[in-house]
Design a protein around this ligand. Structure first.
Ligand code: NAD
Ligand code: BTL
Length: 491
């Protein structure tokens, strides 16, 4: 099996310690790749390269139009290699190839978007209170950026960091999740092909506690951008305080999906199902907390169960598969334990709650789509992010109650409201404490709109103009065109 290497200072290298890691397919546990397993020393080498490329290299001062055309070239190369990338992503994560193809289109779109807006952040002249002077604000790259990504959308989450960092003139060290590094390795091949200079974009593979921890603590890293779980996010925030790094955190969610009785019933059922069971619920913005108006609750649950029980589990490479496996044995065990806790807490299991019995699925990390009713906000299955195919159903009688239930979470990533009453919809979303709220929609994101969380779902925003600004420092330049002594202390 070919060894996938790391990319440091423009060279493909093995881990200094010679270690490797085997990557397995979550569908059948077959080995799909061997990759270098770097550690702290490789992270330091990459940070040194990125620091030198920023402090002494040309990249930060390269005209933004030139950087943008390289970012545009990366988008074109991703489109050229879309099928290979999609298949790699599905091998690595278990998601369907159809889903991975959609991801690759989104990813190319993110690079295109930042190539387009990279030169639209040119700063401004501001009115100066001093005669004969010029006051202007400019935006400069932050410096060396550490970028850490999760396993559920490996390349998509990487693209949200790579594209804005590169176009704004930063240098970077990226660490993908150690269990799903393959598409990120491939994209670094494309970054090299597109002509990004040596040392500007570096890739280190390895575990969070070694490579990730070094990126978070090393004083030569100016910004750390992290997407992952809340507990890791807290550690990174603490570590980053060592040199008051800029931090951007995209953390978890426990997202409410509120359905009023006047919503379009069929659409709401269909989308409630999609909101949770797409990618086996391994989505930060999955609509795991279904909050239904009491008058339609029973009928809605019945219709949902009828639809969900037919979801076809299987290989992401089979055309009729609708849901793949979970990512790992550890994650499967975590999901199983959430379900056990839910039962103990008194939630009513109405579907799933176990692994499938189909012999063809026994080597994969599969779990059946699971529905709990009779849930209350004090239950841990309603509060904790299980990150699996589990939906909890709560009911409400009044709009106020619905909003209270929706907001009753430490998280604030995303949420949805289903109703045909546009005034009620606007009233509700105005009160929902989340970074993204959808009306008659769920789980939609696109490059132009910012993404990020309220409350403990994170700090900062990715995508949109704000996603570009995360990678810049703002500088005020004041120029006195007619300097004279002030004589405040006399002559
Ligand atoms: N808000 C968003 O946009 C968004 C998007 C995708 C995923 N997520 C969240 O990601 C989580 C799932 O991903 P995961 O299980 O890979 O998360 P995780 O926190 O376990 O790992 C994420 C990354 O952090 C690294 N890491 C682990 N320990 C570290 C440490 N001490 N220091 C530095 N890095 C460390 C890991 O190696 C990995 O690369 C879920 O909570 C999900 O909601 C959020
Ligand atoms: C941000 N998103 C929705 C693409 C992936 C979350 O896990």
């Amino acid at each position: 099996m070919i060894l996938k290497k790391m990319f440091i200072d423009g060279k493909w290298v093995d881990a200094k310690n010679g270690q490797t890691r085997t990557i397995i397919n979550p569908f059948n546990q077959e080995e799909i790749a061997t990759v270098a397993e770097g550690d702290q020393s490789d992270a330091i080498a990459a940070i040194v390269a990125a620091r030198q490329a920023f402090d002494q290299g040309d990249w930060p001062n390269t005209p933004v139009t030139e950087r943008a055309s390289i970012v545009q070239k990366i988008a074109e190369l991703i489109e050229r290699d879309k099928e290979e990338l999609a298949e790699l992503e599905s091998l690595d994560t278990g998601k369907t190839v159809e889903e991975s193809r959609v991801d690759m289109d989104d990813i190319a779109g993110v690079f295109r978007y930042y190539a387009e807006i990279g030169d639209k952040n040119g700063g401004e002249i501001i009115p100066s209170p001093v005669p004969n002077s010029v006051s202007k604000v400019v935006h400069e790259p932050v410096g060396v950026c550490g970028q850490i990504t999760p396993w559920n959308y490996p390349l998509l989450q990487a693209s949200w960091k790579l594209a804005p960092a590169l176009v704004t003139g930063n240098t970077l060290v990226m660490k993908p999740s150690e269990i799903t590094p393959l598409t990120t390795v491939k994209v670094f091949e494309l970054i090299e092909e597109a002509g990004v200079p040596a040392g500007v974009a570096n890739l280190v593979l390895g575990a969070g506690h070694s490579v990730g921890a070094e990126l978070s603590t090393n004083v030569d890293v100016d910004l750390i951008s992290f997407t992952g779980g809340i507990e890791t996010g807290k550690k990174i925030m603490q570590a980053a305080s060592v040199n008051v790094k800029k931090i951007a955190l995209e953390l978890g969610g426990k997202n409410p999906n509120v359905v009023f009785s006047d919503a379009d019933f069929e659409t709401a059922v269909d989308q409630a199902m999609n909101a949770v069971f797409f990618h086996a619920g391994q989505i930060c913005s999955a609509g795991t907390r279904l909050i239904i108006e009491e008058s339609i609750h029973d009928e809605f649950v019945k219709a949902l169960v009828e639809r969900v029980k037919n979801i076809k589990l299987g290989s992401g490479f089979d055309e009729d598969t609708q849901m793949g496996p979970l990512i790992s044995a550890e994650h499967l065990a975590k999901v199983e334990s959430y379900v056990e806790t839910g039962i103990k807490e008194g939630a009513k299991l109405v579907l799933g709650g176990k692994r499938p019995e189909d012999p063809a699925l026994q080597n994969g990390f599969f779990y059946l789509p699971t529905i709990f009713t009779d849930c209350t906000t004090n239950m841990s299955i309603v509060q904790d992010e299980a990150f699996g195919p589990i939906i909890t159903v709560e009911k409400f009688q009044t709009e106020e109650e619905a909003i209270k239930l929706a907001n009753d979470s430490i998280y604030g990533l995303a949420g949805g409201v289903w109703t045909n009453d546009i005034v009620k919809a606007e009233r509700c979303v105005a009160k929902m404490r989340m970074g993204t709220v959808w009306i008659n929609e769920f789980n939609l994101y696109f490059p132009h709109a910012p993404w990020g969380g309220f409350k403990q779902s994170g700090i900062g925003r990715e995508l949109g103009k704000l996603g570009l600004e995360e990678y810049t420092e703002t500088k005020h330049i004041f120029h006195n065109l007619d300097p004279k002594p002030i004589n405040w202390f006399g002559k």
